[in-house]
Design a binder for this molecule. Sequence first.
Ligand SMILES: O=C(O)CCC(=O)C(=O)O
Ligand SMILES: [Fe+2]
Length: 287
Amino acid sequence: MRIQVTATEIGRRQLTAEHLAQAVESVRQNGFVILGQVIPTPPLDLLFERMLTDLNILLNASDQVLPVQFVPGHLQQDAPPLAPYVFAELVANPWVIQVTQALLGAGVKNTYFSGNTNLPGSGAQPVHTDGQQLWVDQPAAHPAAALIINVTPLKVSPENGSIELWPGSHQEMVITPDSTSIKVPAADLARREKVSAPIRGNTEKGDVLIRDDRLWHRGMPNHSNLPRPMIAMIHRTGWYNSGGKLKFEPGCESAFEHPLLDANVEFVAEPIDYIFRHRPYDYPPSG
Ligand SMILES: O=C(O)CCC(=O)C(=O)O
Ligand SMILES: [Fe+2]
C-alpha cells in the first residue's frame, strides 16, 4: 500500500501513530509499503542528473565488463557517496527510520548503499529474492530482519520499468539458506500467483519503497527512453554482522546524524571508485 504522508507529519518530522501502524502492518502482511512524499525533489533532481552522468561514464568505458544483474539492461549502479548527493532525507530519513525501527527494534543499522539502473530496452529479470529466510526447515517465516529502502529520483510507472512485487511472498519458505539459487522456481510462481498476483511498485518522485528483503520481485522492461536509477539501502537489526563500514567521502558527515540510526559509515580521504567497482551477477550463473 501507499501512505500519503501529510504536510503536518513532514513539519513534525514524524508519522502519526495511525500512519505508522498502517505502514508496519503493510510490511508485515504484504512485505512492503510506500511512504508518499518524504523526500524533497530538488536534491533528487540533482542526484538524477549526476547518476545519468556517471552512467554514461560507465557505458562509454569500453574496457569494462558491465555489472549486469541477471539480464541485459539491468545494471548495478551506486549513488555517488559524496556531498551534495548524500543528504539527510535520503540516508537518514526520519519517516523511514520510524517504520524500520518499529519493525526491527532499537538499534537499526544501515548496511548497504548502492542501486539498480534499468536501461531503456531492458528485459524482465527472473523473479527472485534479494535475501532469504534465516533458517531452514521452519514451520513459518520469522519477522522481518532486513528491509530494503528503495528511492527513485523520478516518477516510476510500468512505462519506465517499475519493480514487480509479489505481495505476501516474504512469508513463503521457498528461498532458504540451503537453496541453490535466489530465483523462485516456476512451480512456486504458478502456485503463488493464485494466492496473490504480482503488482507494480509505482512511485512518485519523493516517495520511498520499503520492502522485506525476502519479498519475491523482479526488474521489468523499461519502455521509455530514459534510464531509471533506483537507490537501495538496507536497514537491519543491530545484532546483524554486516562486515565493514560503508565508505563515503568527507563533506557529507552531517547527513547521517539521526538519534535512532546506526549509519555504519566511515569517511575516507581518497576518492571512492564507485562507478566501476561492481561486477555482473546471476545466481547461479547458468540457473
Ligand atoms: O531494478 C529493479 O526494478 C529491480 C532490480 C533487482 O531486483 C535486482 O537487480 O536484484
Ligand atoms: Fe532484486
